[in-house]
Design a protein around this ligand. Structure first.
Ligand code: CUA
Length: 192
């Protein structure tokens, strides 16, 4: 018993063209699949051999109970070393705090995480832009040059309330910010 497929019957005209087109398409799809598999293998090997240099993890279950991201530690702080640090948490469907104050013309470090799903944010048309992934702390430093108010929408689809999830960012003159932040208080602009 032979296991090879029986030879195709001799084809003529339109039938021959159709068979040739099918063959070409089979080869094209085969090449595409092979390239995709190769891409997965190469990126997997690359990530396995060169993991990202600075991964900071955090326990989602105790986020609100202790550590850096407890509620009264959120907002903008002037750390003892003079660094301006914004700490925030994203959750379905809001940011805490919902109104963030930052100084203009000074480096500002954002430290954020998410408590439920993957969120993200971008501040207006600035380059402040990151994903917030549960279990990980996202951090970046940027400087805002112009004072004013910017919208900060969530830009990772996180559920039915995604499009209503945003915060405001007030960029204030550095001296105003320093006056408010001296004494270690957490600064925000949430209406109370
Ligand atoms: Cu949070 Cu989209």
């Amino acid at each position: 018993m032979s296991t090879t497929a029986p030879p195709l019957p001799p084809a003529h005209g339109a039938a021959a063209t159709a068979v040739a087109a099918e063959r070409r398409w089979t080869i094209a799809v085969g090449v595409i699949i092979a390239l995709l598999v190769l891409m997965m293998v190469v990126t997997a090997l690359h990530w396995a051999s060169m993991p990202p240099s600075r991964v900071e993890t955090i326990d989602v279950k105790t986020l609100h109970l202790r550590g850096e991201f407890v509620e009264n530690n959120l907002g903008t702080a002037l750390d003892p070393d003079g660094k301006v640090v914004v700490r925030l948490v994203a959750q379905q469907y809001s940011f805490v705090p919902a109104c963030i104050v930052v100084p203009a013309g000074m480096p500002v470090t954002f430290r954020g995480t998410a408590s439920d799903a993957i969120h993200g944010f971008i501040v207006g048309r600035t380059n402040a832009n990151t994903m917030l992934v549960p279990g990980f702390v996202a951090t970046f430093t940027t400087t805002f040059h112009a004072t004013g108010e910017q919208l900060m929408p969530c830009h990772e689809y996180c559920g039915t309330g995604h499009e209503a999830m945003w915060a405001h960012v007030q960029i204030v003159p550095a001296q105003d910010f320093l006056n408010r932040a001296r004494g270690g208080e957490r600064v925000d602009c949430v209406a109370r």
